[in-house]
Design a protein around this ligand. Structure first.
Ligand SMILES: [Zn+2]
Length: 75
């Protein structure tokens, strides 16, 4: 199991990816600890690799304590 507690709720990799993406996703890898702190609250950040579509692979980041999230998309 790689479920983690985020903002007090247990999430699966798929659910975490959907929180970061703000939309449904196709597939997600296991959740890992990101080697960084949240820029908003200093909390622990976790990351998950996921595919929002068949042609895209994104690494997303989410704070376990607050609403902060990010991804590695290039603008
Ligand atoms: Zn935070």
């Amino acid at each position: 199991m790689s479920n983690r507690v985020v903002q007090g709720r247990m999430v699966t990799p798929e659910k975490l990816a959907e929180l970061i993406e703000g939309d449904s996703i196709l597939e997600a890898e296991s959740i890992t600890n990101a080697d960084r702190d949240c820029p908003e609250c200093g909390g622990d950040v976790i990351s998950v690799g996921y595919m929002p579509s068949v042609t895209e692979f994104i690494t997303g980041y989410k704070c376990q304590e607050c609403d902060w999230s990010a991804d590695d998309r290039e603008e």
